[in-house]
Structures are given as C-alpha cells and as structure tokens.
Write a new protein. Structure first.
Length: 584
C-alpha cells in the first residue's frame, strides 16, 4: 500500500492521539517535577560532605535528612501518578480503537482487484502492543530522556573534565541504542511474521481439533506446526541474542562509566580542584542521566513491537474507512432484487458469480440448485450482506444492503450457513445473536418455529447449556436445528438457508418444512441452497446455477421437468429429482 493510501490510517491515529493529549501533557508535567526531584540525592550528598562533615552539626544532618525523605516521598508519589496517567493513556487508545479493530478483524469483503490486498487481521493485537508500550517503563524513560542533557550539563558545572567524560560516555550509549534499533529492525519484523504464521495455524488447528483427529491428520499437522514454531523460535532467539548483547554492553559500560566518574572525581579532589561532595554528586547525577538510556535499550523490543504495530495499524485502518452512522430505515418487506451481481475473489481473475439477476417477493420461496462449486454458498453470503459483490447490486425492499445499519440488517435477514458455527455462550445466547436486550419469550418462539424447543429442553441445562466450539454436548443435527432457530429469531423478512437439511433426520426435515411454510405464510421470503430434494418441495421457483451462471430459472415444476429431460447432461440436478426420499 502506498504512502497516499496509508494517509487515512495515519490521520485516524493522529486524531486518536490528539484525544489522548491531555493525559500525555499531564504526564510530561509530572515528569518535569520527577526529574527536578531527582536532584535531591546529589544535592543531599553535597550538603553532607561539604557542610555537615565540616561543621559536625547533628541538627543540620537531621534537618537535611527529613527534607530529603519528604522530597523522595513526593518524587515517588509523582512518579506513581505519572505511571497511572500513562496506563490510562494506553487504555484510552485501546478504547478509542477497539470497536474499529473488531470490525476490521471481522472484515470479510474481498478488496477490489486493483487493491490486491487481503483483509486486515491482527488489528486487536497491534492495539495491545501500543497500549503495552504506553504503560511500560519505556514510555516513562522517554519522558525522562530529554533531561539527560540537563544532568550532563550539571555535571559539567562541577568540573569540565567530569562533563567531558559524561558527555562522551552518554554519546556512546545513545549511539549504541540507535545502532541496536537499526540492526534489529529487520530481524524483529521477520520474527514477528514467523510467530504470526505459527499462531494462525495453531488457531486453525484448535478450531478444527475434532476434524483433524477424525481425519488422522494429527501427526502431519503437528509436524507442520512444530516446523513453523521452530522457525519462529530460531528467529526470536537471534533477535534475543542481539538485543541481549546490546543490553549487557550498555549496562556494563554505564557501570564502568560511573566508576570512572568516581575515579576522575577522586583525582580532581586530590588536586584540590573540587570537593569530595561534588565527586559523589557527579557520580549520582551520571546515574540519573544515563538511567533512561539504560531502560530504553533494555526494553527496546517493546518499543520495536509497538513501532511495527503502529505502521501496520495505519495500513489496516486505510484499507476500509469506518462505517458512518446509517439512517434507520423502516422494517423492510421481503422484496429482494439482484441486478447483474458479479463476484470476483481478491487476487483472482475468474468470477465465482457472473451477472446474477432475479427478484423475490413476499410469501415466496426460491430454491437454488446446481452441482458443487456452482456458487450457491457465495450467493447465500451475498444475499445476507456478508459479501459485497464486485459489481451489481443487492436490494431489500428497494434499499441496497449497504444502506442498512449492520444491526438492522442482522434483524432483517436470517441466515443458516452450510457450516454451522456456534460461539462461546449458552444456547439461548447463540439463538439471540448475543444481543443484550433480548426477551426470553422471543428466543423460545424462534426455537418453537424451528421445531427445536423440545430438542433444547433435552440438553443438560436446556437453553442455558453452554456451547464451546469443538467441545459441545450437542450433535450435528441438533446444532443445525438450533441454527435454524437462530435464523428465524425475530421473524426476519428474508431467510437464507444454505443446505439446511444436510444433517437432519426425518423429524428434523419435517420441522424444517413447517418452518419454511410458516415464513411464507407470514409474508416472508425464503432462499434455499439445496442438494437434497425434500427441502425444495415448498419452493415456488427454482434457479439452476452452473459455474456461477444462471442456466435456468422459473416455476419449480417446469424446471424439474426440464431437469428430467436433460438428466444425462445434468447428473447432479437429476439426483435432486430422483434421489433421496422422493419428495421432489
């Protein structure tokens, strides 16, 4: 993605950073006082060596010690407050972007062919990386770093030779920090990329754990995952070794520098060019001056991850602009119009759907039949608004699907996917789509409409049975009937069913037929992607899809008669007429 294309994402991040400005400014103000109070220790040492020891006054010692304790207490309180402010700046950054990040990570629209880029993923992890930086000691050290020249100048006031030693040593440490950043930038990026690949594969394997065991893929997939992990581990070790080398070098050099400062100060004190108190104070000031550099070098990986996350986040936010607030449209009637819909997958030149046009009216059902790979599931996703077509339009009651607010569209279209997916939560929550303002009576009504009420009651905890992907006490047929209840929840005007009876027994198929007829009777419209004949007996019209094109469309009986006559050329369609239980 070019610089111009990233400008929107950078501008979005700048606006978020601007809204954090108050917290960061307050943290900077606190840093001023924290660093001024850091002068307490060297000034205390000056007074002890140059005043208390020479005068022998216990009262002066007690007074100075009490003042020193009070100032350190204030410094600790201000430093703690600064840490809280920075942590809340990170929390505000996350709160400002969490909703947008969630939308980006769930983005399913393929970018247009000219973009040649996949939908962004890992946005939430990138936000977490930046939040961790804001709350880490690295951020506090960055606020302290501008004071390093001030402390070095204070050392110079004690004696020019001490200042020269401090300045040269500080330059070496800062140069080492910059060299560390430059040398590890590439390896860190490679390490993060390898880790992401391993994590993505691990997530897929966990989701499909049962299927992997059933297919006997455990050994093969485990070997592949371990190979990716070993590559990621090797890259991480390389980065860790390099960063540890710089951290140890800077730490060792800083300790040497402090000792050298004491040695030089002792020599100057012996020559009578400075006092012993100034010698100790200079060593303490050097420690304070170089402390931020030491912290930044030691924890530089946190800053590097945040820096990479910021760049990636700017690119991700530029891919799709945030959805503006939609005007709430009236509840739509079941009038569906598709005009010249074409879908071309990202990065590919062939169309999965080509020039699809048809209309559907209230109280009717459309069956979509065709061989595997014809584009039926893609058409289902287009009808639900989950997939925006590359060309053409999909309208519900005259309005394009993208004109509806996503929440309103979710209420207007019920969807039973070919692959039933449930999420962590109760059966009731999955039926209601985790909507917080749901009436239990509506959940039960949807279950009754799907013929799933008794099935749910037979579960260990009924509607409160917990469902976890890959670890559920519910069978495939039960899941499909509950998923049908989810599609019928709220009486949506349009219901899209993709292979709705693939796992159903005779009772389940009968309940499905009743549910389809009930939707038609209340003025809804149903679109059914079908392979088995029993499910299309309530369809008023049939559409035949082959290779993404409509090859036939019309009344059900007429299309079935054509299918029988052309059976030798259309084996898959002929099986719908003759196979199964013969209801067609």
């Amino acid at each position: 993605m070019g610089q111009h294309e990233n400008s929107f994402g950078r501008e979005h991040l700048r606006r978020v950073r601007h809204r954090m400005r108050g917290l960061l400014v307050n943290a900077a103000i606190f840093s001023v006082f924290v660093n001024l109070l850091l002068l307490t220790a060297p000034i205390y040492m000056l007074q002890i060596y140059d005043r208390v020891l020479s005068s022998g006054s216990v009262a002066t010692l007690v007074t100075l010690s009490l003042l020193m304790a009070f100032l350190f207490l204030m410094m600790g309180c201000l430093d703690y407050a600064r840490g809280r402010l920075l942590a809340r700046a990170g929390a505000r950054f996350q709160a400002e972007l969490d909703e947008r990040a969630f939308q980006l990570d769930l983005a399913v629209d393929p970018p247009q062919p000219q973009q040649q880029q996949s939908a962004p993923k890992g946005t939430i992890q990138n936000i977490d990386s930046i939040r961790r930086l804001l709350a880490s000691p690295v951020m506090s050290a960055m606020f302290d770093l501008p004071w390093t020249p001030v402390f070095l100048l204070a050392i110079t006031l004690f004696h020019p030779w001490l200042g020269a030693l401090a300045l040269s040593g500080g330059a070496v440490l800062i140069g080492a920090a910059l060299l560390n950043q430059w040398l590890t930038r590439g390896p860190v990026a490679a390490s993060l990329a390898h880790s992401r690949k391993a994590d993505l594969l691990a997530g897929r394997l966990q989701t499909e754990g049962q299927m992997i065991r059933a297919l006997g893929f455990t050994a093969g997939t485990g070997w592949r995952w371990q190979k990716l992990r070993q590559v990621a581990l090797g890259a991480a070790l390389c980065v860790s070794d390099q960063q540890s080398l710089f951290a140890v070098m800077t730490k060792t050099f800083r300790q040497f520098l402090q000792s050298a400062m004491l040695g030089l100060g002792a020599y100057l004190a012996l020559q009578g060019e400075m006092s012993p108190g100034a010698m100790i104070a200079g060593s303490i000031l050097l420690s304070r001056a170089l402390g931020p550099v030491d912290v930044i070098v030691g924890q530089w990986p946190i800053a590097q991850r945040a820096q990479a996350a910021w760049r990636t986040l700017a690119a991700d936010l530029s891919i799709t602009q945030p959805t503006a607030a939609k005007t709430t449209l009236p509840r739509p009637a079941a009038n569906v119009q598709l005009a010249h819909v074409t879908v071309i997958p990202a990065g590919q030149s062939f169309a999965v759907l080509q020039n699809i046009s048809f209309s559907l009216h209230p109280g009717t059902a459309l069956g979509v039949i065709g061989p595997s790979g014809a584009g039926k599931s893609t058409l289902a996703r287009v009808l639900t608004g989950a997939l925006r077509p590359t060309a053409g339009s999909v309208r519900l009651d005259g309005a394009a699907l993208h004109q509806y607010d996503p929440a309103q569209l979710g209420h207007a279209i019920g969807y039973l996917p070919q692959r039933v997916v449930f999420f962590d939560g109760t059966v009731a929550e999955n039926i209601a789509g985790f909507r917080p303002d749901t009436d239990d009576a509506d959940i039960v009504a949807a279950a009754r409409a799907a013929g799933a009420h008794e099935v749910i009651l037979s579960l260990p905890d009924g509607y409160d049975t917990m469902v976890t992907p890959g670890m559920t006490p519910i069978s495939g047929g039960q899941l499909q009937r509950i998923s049908l209840a989810r599609a019928l929840f709220g009486d949506p005007p349009l219901v899209v069913l993709d292979e709705p009876n693939s796992n159903l027994d005779h009772d389940g198929s009968h309940a499905l037929s009743l549910a389809i007829q009930a939707v038609k009777n209340r003025g809804g419209a149903v679109v059914i992607m079908a392979h088995r004949p029993s499910v299309i007996q309530h369809c008023d019209q049939l559409m035949v899809l082959e290779r993404g094109r409509i090859t036939d469309f019309g009344p059900r009986e007429e299309i079935l008669r054509k299918t029988v006559r052309s059976a030798p050329q259309h084996h898959a369609l002929y099986s719908i007429e003759q196979g199964g239980d013969g209801h067609a």
